[in-house]
Design a protein around this ligand. Structure first.
Ligand code: NAD
Ligand code: DAU
Length: 353
């Protein structure tokens, strides 16, 4: 057994599906609070798979977490659970502090109690894998080298500050208590089952629904895009062979300006689902007020994971973004399930002006 938290979200859900696609895989206990970002429809194909047990609950609930650990005796915990959207953290940081910091603390402390009770061999095999972000390193200028694992932490948003705090707690539980941890800091993911508050799925859906495509500021901010399937394979490598107490940066070697990402999506849609008036979806691009404290550039130097573990992403941005657009065009049922009233309320709050 492994315990996955946040496994009904975008990356956690992809990871659960990816893991269980192997017929010989260990089972998964999936603990997820089912916030607005959690969606059981992502896991619908596992309905009759007894290797997957879903538990609706909070990583901050100590009694629940400890009882799950004692009952299922997992050999690893992979912590995906988080509040993950920067814009929401600007409107309301409180949940970010609660889940990302207090929740991770609780998970670590329960893991420590459980791990301490294990026999020596199981103790050695146990892993606590914390999934984190490149945003903890702050913002780069256009000439700065890409983030290495040794870069100082300089988080700029309530979201990234809360993730930075959680990374520090994970590090402390390794150094102080010897809990066998690994941390991965990943760049922007994209792919199937991505909640459409984030740039790529938002743009795909707004485009085909005839809405404007909102670009913050001048659209020249740069992100390093990684296909979610590649993130899953990287996590598997680090979980299996990563050195204890180490952090590994994961990235796609795919730096793109936001405006270019949006134009690429428009070009693919022009080809796959042309507008009735034959004009380009790019006509729907609208420049809107910038995000407060908007980080200018993220870029990951993923050479450590490549040199130590031989991992490199399989997808280029061109192959991954085409698959992603096709997935959204072919999965309208999933999309309808997540674009509910509360989703529309969020769009209204964020983009009203
Ligand atoms: P997401 O918002 O899509 O999913 C988060 C999941 O966590 C949801 O299913 C939600 O219900 C669950 N959750 C939230 N609070 C919880 C709590 N207190 N207890 C239990 N479950 C809870 O996020 P994501 O994009 O899948 O990101 C997963 C992880 O990867 C996060 O830790 C995020 O910081 C990190 N990350 C994300 C990206 C990205 O581009 N999306 C990149 C790097 C790192
Ligand atoms: O770098 C990793 C991070 O990537 C993760 O830790 C976060 O959980 C994840 O949400 C993501 O953060 P970003 O803020 O980079 O992702 P988002 O999709 O929100 O925005 C990507 C870029 O696009 C960013 O520069 C802001 C811009 N943007 C976003 C939205 C939603 C727009 O221009 N318009 C928009 O409407």
């Amino acid at each position: 057994m492994i315990l996955v938290t946040g496994g009904a979200g975008f990356i956690g859900g992809n990871f659960v599906l990816n893991w269980l696609s192997d017929a010989n895989a260990e089972g998964i206990i999936n603990l997820d609070k089912l916030t607005y970002a959690g969606n059981l429809a992502t896991l619908a194909s596992l309905k009759h798979d007894s290797r997957h047990q879903f538990i609706c609950g909070d990583i901050g609930d100590g009694d629940l977490v400890l009882s799950l650990l004692k009952k299922h005796r997992p050999r690893a915990i992979i912590n995906f659970a988080a509040e993950s959207h920067v814009d929401r953290s600007i409107h309301g940081p409180s949940e970010f502090i609660q889940t990302n910091i207090v929740g991770t603390f609780n998970l670590l402390d329960c893991a420590r109690e459980y791990w301490s009770s294990l026999q020596e061999e199981q103790k050695e095999q146990f892993r606590f894998h914390h999934v984190s972000t490149d945003e903890v390193y702050g913002s780069l200028s256009s000439s700065d080298p890409a983030f290495k694992e040794t870069n100082p932490y300089e988080p700029n948003s309530p979201y990234s500050a809360s993730k930075a705090a959680s990374d520090h707690l994970v590090r402390a539980w390794f150094h102080t208590y010897g809990l066998p941890v690994v941390t991965t800091n990943c760049s922007n993911n994209y792919g199937p089952y991505h909640f459409p508050e984030k740039l790529i799925p938002l743009v795909i859906l707004n485009a085909i629904n005839g809405k404007s495509l909102p670009i913050y500021g001048d659209g020249q901010q740069i992100r390093d895009w990684l296909y979610v399937g590649d993130h899953c394979s990287a996590i598997r490598e680090v979980l299996a062979r990563g050195r204890l107490g180490e952090t590994y940066n994961i990235g796609g070697w795919n730096e793109k300006a936001n405006i270019d990402v949006v134009k690429t999506i428009c070009n693919i849609l022009d080809e796959l689902k042309p507008r009735a008036d034959k004009k380009s979806y790019a006509d729907q691009i609208t420049f809107v007020k910038d995000r407060p404290g908007h980080d200018r550039r993220y870029a990951i130097d993923a050479s450590k994971i490549e040199n130590e573990l031989g991992w490199r992403p399989a997808e280029t941005f061109e192959t991954g973004i085409r698959k992603t657009v096709e997935w959204y065009l072919n999965n309208s049922e999933w999309v309808e399930g997540v674009t509910t009233g509360s989703y529309r309320d969020w769009l209204d709050k964020q983009y009203r002006n």
